[in-house]
Design a protein around this ligand. Sequence first.
Ligand code: IPM
Ligand code: MN
Length: 327
Amino acid sequence: MSNYVIGVIGGDGIGPEVVAEGLKVLDAAGVGMDTVPYDLGGARYLRDGTVLPDEVLAEWRGMDALYLGAVGTPDVPPGVIERGLLLRMRFELNLYVNRRPFRAPDGSHDFEVIRENTEGTYAGEGGFLRKHTPAEVATQGSVNTRFGVERCVRYAFELARNRPGRHLTLVHKTNVLTFAGDLWQRTFSEVAREYPEVATAYNHVDAACIYFVENPKSYDVIVTDNLFGDILTDLGGAVSGGIGLAASANLNPDRTGPSMFEPVHGSAPDIVGTGRANPTAAILSAAMMVEFLGETEAARRILAACADPTTQTGTTTQIGDAIAKRV
Ligand code: IPM
Ligand code: MN
C-alpha cells in the first residue's frame, strides 16, 4: 500500500512544537506517511503577507489529510489568520463537522461534541456602517441553512447510533434565538424520527455549561452550532483533564477531499518555547486522523498510550517521547 500524503501546517506559537510530537508518534505507530510541510500562519504573514495561496489550497485538495497545530498570533490583527487560513480551510474544503471527543482521564465520562463547522456566526455575514464615527454600527449575523444544519445533525445521529449510549443532546438557545433555534430544533426533531433507537434531549447552552461542570456523565453525543460548539468545547477540555488533552477532527464526511485534524487549543504564545505545552491533544488529533483514514489499529494503540498516566509527565518532548515509546 502506498503512503498517505499528509499536508502539515505547524502554524504559530506552540503549534509547531506539538505537531512535531504528533508526527513522531505516527511514525512510531508505523503509519506510512509522506508529509508535506507548509509554512503558514502569523509569522509567514508578517514576513511576506501570505495567508493561504489558492495554489496551496488546490494542492491540499489532492491530499489524504491535513494536520494542523494552531494559528493566530498577537502581532497580527485578529481575524487575518483565523479567517484567512483556518476558517477558509473549513469552508472551502467542506469540513462541515467538527468532532471533539472528551474522555476524562479517570474514566468518569466519555462524550463527544459535534460542532457545526461552516455556518452560524462564523459565516462572516455582517459589516460596519459609519465606521469610526460616534454613530457607528456593527452587525454580525448568524447564517443557518437547512442543508447545513441537517447534514451536521445527521452526522451526529449516525455517531450516536453507533455508540453504546445511543443518546444525542441538541444544545442551542431556542428561547432567545427564535429564528436559528427554530430551524435547528425542527431539523433535529425531523431527523430524530429516522433514528428511533437514539434517545434525544435538548439543553439551552447556558444550562449545558452547568451540566458540563457538575454532571458531564449525563452526556453521550452533543450537537450544536458553530459558536456554541467553540465555547462549549473549551469547557469540555477544562472538565476532561485540561485543554492539553482535547483533540478535534474537522471532517468532510463525504470524503470528497481531505479532512483536517488539529488540537482544540490555540497557539498559546505565552508558553511558546518553554516545553510546557502538552502535545497530547495534538497526538490524539493525529490518532483521529489515522482512524479516519482506516488505520484503526494504529489509532487504538496511540489512544491507549495517551491514556497511560506514566506518559503524561514532563516537557512537551518528554511526553511525546513517552507516548511514542509506549505505542
Ligand atoms: C477553535 C479555535 C478557532 C475557532 C479560532 C482559532 C478561529 O478557537 O478551533 O476552536 O474559533 O473555531
Ligand atoms: Mn475554540
